[in-house]
Every structure is written in structure tokens, then in C-alpha cells.
Design a protein around this ligand. Structure first.
Ligand code: C2E
Ligand code: CA
Ligand code: CA
Length: 583
């Protein structure tokens, strides 16, 4: 084979087609190429420098295979941004002008020049595929860089790993410049990422993570960026609050608007602005993470700033979780009762049991303050079991006092079915107090029926076979589908408060409610309307033939004794058991 030589301006002769070449690019966002020798040009299948520049778009980013770009950009940054380290070693694939894939080893040296400009002097070698994937045959120098990279970076995305991020941020926090800057921590996470993996496979899942890593790094150029695990990314940045918020929203937009459908994802963010510099890194990251988690189920909010209000809410949550056992034991949790009225007769035909937590330390808590928390921490069954027990006791007390009796309905959480044998416990408790089955009704929400095993449905059928009544609660509040009504057997359909609130504003709601009520009756489901607050609401329900009504107009939830005195004062009587059967 005949050797050809490339003549340099200094008169030297370099053999062309050598396996290695040399180029220089500017270390800024554009990564513009300033020089490439003939061997680099030929590795890319080009003949002239101009042809090469046009082919790679004059930028280092155009020299790397698109699938490897994000990873290695992150790796280079991770390897060189650590103070005195100015060398990087990365491997990537390239595409030649002829479309051929080649495997490249890249040794970079970061040099700083005047005016704050920096350049990468890079030596690349075209290696064969085996060598490319074989990490055991590295030279001492490569091995050194690689092993330090392994200690500091995440192999998938090339971002820093958690321990190195902690170390670096701590250094920034305690440095004199760091102390003068506004610093913040941002946590990014992709909701339901596990589901994404299941649906699209791990390869696309990994691609999505690399895409997000790249988008974050390109947005927060000067920041320290890490991936801690799975889809959990952290950024420590020194920008102003406005700049941080703009960056976060920019990343969210870019990920939502990605042209590649598999790389489109909703990203949630939690932000912690350092307010006192004593905060420890781990704690600051926890704050950002908690802020992010606090909006997990929210479809309308994509980021949350950790602030005093959130801190207070989390404190309250913690209190609820830590004290629920005590609140049950000491009876701080109490059962209130709200009357249900038979519309046709105006008599009380039932009560709904609703919990209240009256705490000696923090005062009155309504269900909104603790039910969701207890569900979140899988403790709700403790309360629901307790309510069933209290309701049976209260029933026995009324019986012993010779008071008129009507059925009482209890709220069953969807999670109760996972956390205990809730219906088994209902049946056991009822038997213990000798309460007739038709005196204890069970309210469940539609979301409960969407369990994927159909277990709850079977359970409900079993209870109905025992002659319990199952009520469908909160119909119309969220994800109801009319189909549920046809698919399952219930006894009572509770129209959520939202209907009457909407009725007040929108005349069309009246027709909608009228159809639902008539449809329910046609399907042998007794309709009950919640949230009756005015005489007008009551008259409307009479007109459209709604069978039962509940709301502040008849009485708010109160302790049983108080509620009975209150409704007696308003002239309401109790329905007799025979009348209930006739109805
Ligand atoms: P829910 O089962 O839909 O209960 C009806 C809620 O509407 C009650 O709120 C009640 O006080 C309120 N309400 C009744 N009438 C009116 C009215 O005319 N106007 C307005 N604006 N509101 C009215 P509460 O007692 O705060 O309970 C809220 C939710 O907490 C309940 O909604 C239920 O989902 C849950 N909950 C309450 N007690 C328990 C329980 O023992 N176990 C479980 N798992 N959840 C419970
Ligand atoms: Ca209810
Ligand atoms: Ca309800």
C-alpha cells in the first residue's frame, strides 16, 4: 500500500489515514470546531476540512452519534468540572459521511485562555468494536480517569452520582464565593416512570432518562447536576429565583413538546431556595424532594417551592401519622353523624358516620386534614375499623335508651381492602354487638371498583348476598363513568355535592340531575343527593323525585346526641323500620 502524507504548514509530513487524529473546539455552549487535522477529517469519511466542517455542522455536537451525545457530554462535564481536573476520557460512536458507524476513544484536555475562553484539545482514536466495548484493556492513564469517573458519575447518563453531588455541593456551600451566591436545589422526577418502563421497555426508558439529563444540563449550564437513582435528578444552581423558575419551566416545556413521542414526558419539579446557609446538603435535597412529592397527584401543578406553608403541612402530616394510634386509643377521634332525609316524607331515614379528630394539642381536625394522609401512609384502616366499632356502640346505646333507630352508613376507603379484611371486620363487629345487617350501610367510591383484580367487586357481591346495602359514594365528583352503574350492583347512588353547587350557577345542571335520578330509579338504585343547603334545593329534589337528601339544610355532622336534639328542634321525625321497607 502506498503511503500518502499530509504536509503541515510547518513543513512536517504526517501519514494520512493514521488511526488517530487531533482537533480543537471551543468549550462553550456551541462547541465550535477551530481545527481538525487530516486524520480526523478522514475518520469521518471526508476529504477536505471544509467538507468535514459542513458535514458535522461546525460543532463538536455534530461529531458524535446522536444516541451517545447526551451521555458523553455529561461525562466530559463531570470529569473536567472538578476544580483541578482538566482531562477527560470518553468513548462514543460516530457516523461517517458514508453512513458507517465507527468506534472512538477520545482523550480531551481542557485549556483555559484569556477572556475566560476555554478550549478542548482532543486526541481521538478509531478503535475496533471489540476494543470499544472491552473496558479491561485500558491503559493506566485511561484506567485512572475511568476509575475516578466511576466514583463520581452515573454510568447511564454521565451525570454525577449522589455521593459526589453531596461532596461538591458541600464544597460550594462552604466556599467564600458560594456563601455570597443565591443557591438553590431543584429535584426533577418523572411521575409514573415505572409504568413508562413497563409500557415501552427499559431501552426506551433509559433513552428518556438520558434525554432528560441532557435537557437539564443544557438548561443549567453552570450548575452541578446529578442523578441519584431511577428518575430522580438533582440540580444545585446559583441563579436568581427567576432564572431558576424559568429554567425549570423551560425543561418541562421541552420534555412535553418533544417531537419524538417516546421522549415526551411530564416532568415534576420541587425547588428549595437556601435560606440559611447552615442547611446540610442532604436536608436541602430532602426539602426539594418533599416539595416535588407534594404535587405528585396534581394534574394542574408542575412545580412546587419548598416554603413555610409546605413545611407546616408536612409537620401536620407527620403529627397525624405519629399520633393516630394514640388518637384512637384516647378517643380523640370521634364519630359525628349527619342525617339523611327521605324526600317524600321529610323523615330521617338514616345517618352518615363522619370522623372528626379533636386533639388536645393541636385542636380540631376535619377529615380533609388527615384522611388523605392516613391513606397515603396506609393507616386509614385503623380509623375505619374504629368507626365501625363506635357506630355499633352508639347504635346499642340508642337501642338501650329506647330511641327510634335508622340505618347508619360508614365510609369504606378503597385502601381498606388492601390493608385488612374490612368486610370481614364489619361482619365480625356487627355480630359482636348484635346489630342487624340492614342497619349498617357501606359507602364506597367508584375508584375502589377499578382495582385490577376485581377483588373489591367480589367482596361487595358477597356482602350484598348477606343483605348488606352498598352505596356508591361521590358519584359525579371525578372519574365516574356511567358504565359503572350498569356493571355493578349497588343499592344507593350518592350524587356528589358538585351537582348542587353547579345547579346554583348553571340551569342545565337541573336537567342533568333529573336524568341521572330517573335513570337510577329505573335501575333499582335509590338516588341520594348530597350538599342540600337551601329550601330551593330541597324543593327541586322533590320535583324530580330524588328519594333521599343530605346536607347542611337538614343538619351538619354532629355527635349523635346533639344531632338528634337539633333535628327534633326543627321538627324532623324518624322513619319507622316498616316505612323504610315500604319505601
Ligand atoms: P363524603 O363521604 O362525601 O362526606 C360528605 C362530606 O360533605 C362531609 O364532609 C360533610 O360534612 C360534607 N357536607 C355534608 N353536607 C354538606 C353541605 O350541605 N354542604 C357542604 N359544603 N358540605 C356538606 P366531611 O365530614 O368533612 O368529610 C369529608 C370526607 O372525608 C368524606 O366525604 C369522606 O370521603 C371522608 N371521610 C369522613 N369520614 C370518614 C371515615 O370514617 N372513613 C373514611 N375512609 N373516610 C371518611
Ligand atoms: Ca360518604
Ligand atoms: Ca360523598
Amino acid at each position: 500500500m502506498q503511503e500518502t502524507f499530509f504536509e503541515t504548514r510547518s513543513g512536517a509530513h504526517i501519514p494520512t489515514g493514521l488511526p488517530g487524529g487531533f482537533f480543537i473546539y471551543e468549550a462553550d455552549a456551541e462547541e465550535r470546531i477551530l481545527f481538525a487535522d487530516i486524520n480526523v477529517i478522514q475518520i469521518y469519511g471526508c476529504e477536505t476540512y471544509a467538507e468535514f466542517l459542513a458535514f458535522v455542522g461546525e460543532s463538536f455536537t455534530g461529531m458524535v452519534h446522536p444516541e451517545d451525545l447526551n451521555r458523553i457530554e455529561n461525562q466530559i462535564q463531570a470529569q473536567t468540572s472538578f476544580g483541578e481536573k482538566r482531562h477527560d476520557y470518553v468513548r462514543y460512536r460516530i457516523l461517517t459521511k458514508q453512513g458507517e458507524v465507527r468506534y472512538i476513544e477520545d482523550f480531551g484536555h481542557l485549556l483555559h485562555w484569556v477572556n475566560g475562553r476555554s478550549f478542548f484539545y482532543v486526541f481521538i482514536v478509531d478503535v475496533d468494536q471489540n476494543e470499544f466495548f472491552n473496558r479491561n484493556r485500558n491503559s493506566l492513564a485511561e484506567a485512572e480517569i475511568l476509575s475516578s469517573a466511576q466514583d463520581t458519575t452515573d454510568p447511564l447518563t454521565g451525570l454525577f452520582n449522589m455521593s459526589f453531588f453531596y461532596q461538591r455541593v458541600q464544597t460550594i456551600l462552604s466556599s467564600p464565593e458560594g456563601r455570597r451566591q443565591e443557591l438553590s436545589i431543584v429535584h426533577f422526577d418523572i411521575p409514573n416512570f415505572k409504568l413508562y418502563n413497563e409500557r415501552h421497555g427499559f431501552k426506551l426508558g433509559d433513552d428518556l432518562l438520558c434525554e432528560l439529563a441532557g435537557t437539564i444540563r443544557q438548561t443549567f449550564l453552570e450548575a452541578t447536576v446529578a442523578r441519584f437513582s431511577d428518575d430522580h435528578f438533582f440540580v444545585c444552581t446559583s441563579g436568581s429565583r427567576e432564572a431558576v423558575l424559568a429554567g425549570v419551566q423551560g425543561i418541562q416545556r421541552a420534555m412535553m413538546l418533544s417531537e419524538n413521542a417516546a421522549k415526551k414526558a411530564r416532568v415534576k419539579a420541587g425547588i428549595y431556595f437556601f435560606d440559611d446557609r447552615c442547611t446540610e446538603v442532604g436536608l436541602a435535597c430532602d426539602h426539594a424532594r418533599l416539595a416535588c412529592n407534594s404535587i405528585k397527584g396534581r394534574h394542574d401543578v408542575n412545580f412546587c417551592i419548598y416554603d413555610e406553608m409546605l413545611r407546616e403541612r408536612l409537620r401536620r402530616q407527620q403529627y397525624v401519622v405519629d399520633h393516630v394510634d394514640e388518637a384512637i386509643r384516647e378517643k380523640y377521634i370521634q364519630v359525628y353523624y349527619q342525617p339523611v332525609i327521605r324526600v317524600r316524607t321529610g323523615e330521617i331515614c338514616g345517618y352518615e358516620a363522619l370522623v372528626r379528630w379533636i386533639d388536645p394539642q393541636i385542636g380540631f381536625l376535619s377529615p380533609a386534614d388527615f384522611i388523605e394522609t392516613l391513606e397515603h401512609f396506609h393507616l386509614i384502616h385503623l380509623v375505619d375499623q374504629y368507626v365501625v366499632d363506635r357506630v355499633c356502640q352508639d347504635y346499642c346505646a340508642l337501642l338501650a335508651a329506647g330511641e327510634p333507630l335508622v340505618p347508619i352508613s360508614v365510609n369504606i376507603s378503597r385502601l381498606d381492602f388492601e390493608l385488612c379484611d374490612i368486610f370481614g371486620i364489619v361482619e365480625e363487629t356487627r355480630a359482636k354487638y348484635d346489630v342487624p345487617r340492614h342497619m349498617l350501610d357501606l359507602e364506597i367510591t367508584e375508584s375502589a371498583l377499578n382495582d385490577n383484580l376485581g377483588h373489591i367487586r367480589t367482596e361487595c357481591e358477597r356482602m350484598r348476598a348477606l343483605s348488606y346495602h352498598i352505596w356508591l359514594d361521590d358519584f359525579g365528583s371525578g372519574y365516574s363513568s356511567l358504565n359503572t352503574l350498569a356493571e355493578y350492583d349497588f343499592d344507593v347512588l350518592k350524587l356528589d355535592l358538585v351537582f348542587l353547587r353547579s345547579y346554583d350557577r348553571n340551569p342545565k345542571t337541573a336537567s342533568l340531575m333529573s336524568y341521572i335520578i330517573k335513570g337510577a330509579i329505573g335501575m333499582n338504585l335509590s338516588p341520594l343527593c348530597e350538599g342540600v343547603e337551601t329550601q330551593e334545593h330541597y324543593e327541586f329534589l322533590k320535583r324530580v323525585g330524588c328519594e333521599r337528601a343530605q346536607g347542611y339544610y337538614f343538619g351538619k355532622p354532629m355527635p349523635m346526641e346533639e344531632s338528634r336534639i337539633f333535628t327534633s328542634g326543627k321538627g324532623f321525625a324518624w322513619e319507622r323500620a316498616e316505612a323504610a321497607e315500604e319505601a
